[in-house]
Design a protein around this ligand. Structure first.
Ligand SMILES: [Zn+2]
Length: 197
C-alpha cells in the first residue's frame, strides 16, 4: 500500500493517480471499468453489464427466501444464476451468437472468465474491442430484459426478435458515433451495421 509519507518523500514521482489509489484503498483485481465504460456502449446496456460482472443482478439464486421457482425462465432447464443466465443458457447463447456474427467475432468457445478477460486483452485495435464490448453489453441487457419480461409481464420473445431490437438500438449508437465518422469509407463493419438498421 502506498503511504502518504512515501508520497511526501518522492515529490517528483507523485502523481494524482497515486493519491487516488491511496484514498480508494485496495482496488478490484480486474479493471472492469476500463472494459465496460466506453463511448460506443449504450448507457443502459453498460449499466446492466456493470451489475452483471459484479454479480449484483438479483437472480433467483439470490432470492431463495421468496420461495419462487429456482428455474431459469428462458430455458426452464437449470436453476437461475448470473453465470447460467448470461453465459450458459441456450436462449442467451443463441442471442450472443447472432450478435457475434453481426460484428464478426467468434465468442462461443469461451467460458465465463475467459471471454470476459478476452474483452480486455483480446484486441489489438481499441475500436474493435469497444464495438465487441458494446455488443456483449447489449446482449447482457437483452437477456436481463427478456428474463424480466417473462417473469413480470408474461411477454416472450425469441432470441432473433430480441436481437433485432438490440441491433437497431446499438447500430444507431455506433453509426452516429465519433468512431464511425472517423473510420472513413473503408470500414466494412460500419457498412454492415448501417445496412442492418
Ligand atoms: Zn436458462
Amino acid at each position: 500500500m502506498l503511504e502518504f509519507n512515501q508520497l511526501e518523500n518522492n515529490h517528483q514521482e507523485y502523481e494524482i493517480k497515486d493519491g487516488y489509489r491511496y484514498l480508494m484503498g485496495a482496488q478490484p483485481q480486474f479493471p472492469w471499468h476500463r472494459v465496460i465504460w466506453n463511448p460506443l456502449t449504450v448507457a443502459k446496456h453498460q449499466f446492466t453489464m456493470w451489475l452483471l460482472v459484479h454479480e449484483k443482478l438479483r437472480t433467483k439464486d439470490n432470492l431463495q427466501f421468496m420461495q419462487v421457482s429456482p428455474l431459469c425462465v428462458l430455458c426452464s432447464g437449470v436453476d437461475e444464476s448470473c453465470r447460467h443466465l448470461f453465459f450458459e443458457c441456450s436462449w442467451s447463447k443463441q442471442l450472443l451468437q447472432l450478435a457475434a456474427n453481426w460484428v464478426g467475432v467468434d465468442v462461443m468457445h469461451f467460458k465465463f472468465q475467459n471471454w470476459l478477460r478476452w474483452l480486455r486483452y483480446g484486441f489489438k485495435e481499441k475500436w474493435r474491442r469497444q464495438v465487441v464490448t458494446a455488443m456483449v453489453a447489449a446482449c447482457a441487457y437483452g437477456v436481463w430484459s427478456e428474463r424480466n419480461n417473462r417473469i413480470f409481464r408474461q411477454q416472450q420473445f425469441q432470441p432473433h426478435q430480441t436481437f433485432r431490437l438490440l441491433q437497431a438500438e446499438l447500430g444507431t449508437k455506433l453509426v452516429f458515433s465519433k468512431w464511425a465518422k472517423a473510420s472513413g469509407p473503408n470500414n466494412f463493419l460500419i457498412d454492415r451495421i448501417r445496412a442492418a438498421i
